[in-house]
Design a protein around this ligand. Structure first.
Ligand SMILES: C[S@@+](CC[C@H](N)C(=O)[O-])C[C@H]1O[C@@H](n2cnc3c(N)ncnc32)[C@H](O)[C@@H]1O
Length: 234
């Protein structure tokens, strides 16, 4: 990470009021749409949005999901997201502090019992170094989602600092290969790779639910509450 979490948080809080208007590039819009399209939550799904910012993705997914949990490090961005949710009358979304490597997913009553079904992140993970991204992906896999949709600045070809999405002094994007390696090492299988631009893309990673989670119990026909008659699994 080329800036500390506190520096990134302060930077984004400063720009929170103008953030939505500044995100007008065709590539950002295409990336956000693809993340929403691939996330495709069902009415029983809980979605975790990491680096949620002012809620572009979380608020777009909320009407289709059971609940959306947005996590970010910038109180200014989170406050803007809460205002937008209230203005739109969206009640099944919650925004709070959390980082990629410590998402604080279970920090609220509504999310304590089980992991998210779908994790999404748009235009945020490139602030982490490659080692930190790998760590974050392991943490995300450990939450047991069936799907992780990552839209971000990423290199399909050679890094080119003259291209619009890459500021070497603050950004730390990975190559697509590095991200795919980290995702597959964490147990995901890549089911879609969308190239929006040579330096912007969306990766869709899916996995079987991990043993011991509520989602796993449901997937094998058991009762996540443990009060049915099916034999206990080890
Ligand atoms: C470019 S904005 C993207 C916001 C939103 N996902 C969107 O698509 O508009 C990047 C966001 O990532 C957040 N962020 C940066 N580093 C982070 C970290 N380590 N953990 C969680 N969020 C982080 C910033 O605070 C900021 O809100």
């Amino acid at each position: 990470m080329k800036k500390t979490i506190e520096e990134h948080a302060a930077h984004f809080s400063e720009m929170a009021a103008d953030y939505d208007d500044s995100q007008n590039s065709e590539e950002y819009r295409a990336c956000a749409s693809l993340v929403v399209e691939h996330a495709a939550p069902g009415p029983d799904d809980v979605v975790l949005d990491l680096g949620a910012g002012t809620g572009a993705i979380a608020l777009a997914l909320a009407p289709r999901a059971k609940r959306v949990v947005g996590r970010d490090i910038s109180e200014g961005m989170l406050e803007r997201a809460r205002e937008k949710a209230a203005a739109a009358g969206i009640e099944n979304v919650e925004f709070g502090y959390g980082t990629f490597r410590e998402p604080e997913y279970g920090g609220s009553e509504s999310t304590r019992s089980a992991g998210p079904d779908v994790v999404v992140s748009n235009f945020a993970m490139h602030h982490l170094s490659d080692d930190e991204k790998r760590e974050a992906i392991e943490v995300i896999a450990g939450l047991g989602p069936r799907k992780f949709v990552l839209g971000d600045v990423m290199f399909f070809g050679e890094p080119n600092p003259d291209e619009p999405f890459y500021s070497p002094e603050v950004d730390d994007p990975a190559t697509v290969g590095t991200l795919v390696d980290a995702l597959t090492d964490a147990g995901f299988a890549l089911t879609a790779v969308e190239r929006v631009h040579d330096q912007v893309g969306v990766l869709v990673a899916e996995r079987a639910p991990i043993a011991g989670t509520a989602a796993d119990a449901e997937a094998v026909g058991g009762d996540p509450e443990g009060d049915d008659d099916s034999p206990a699994r080890e």
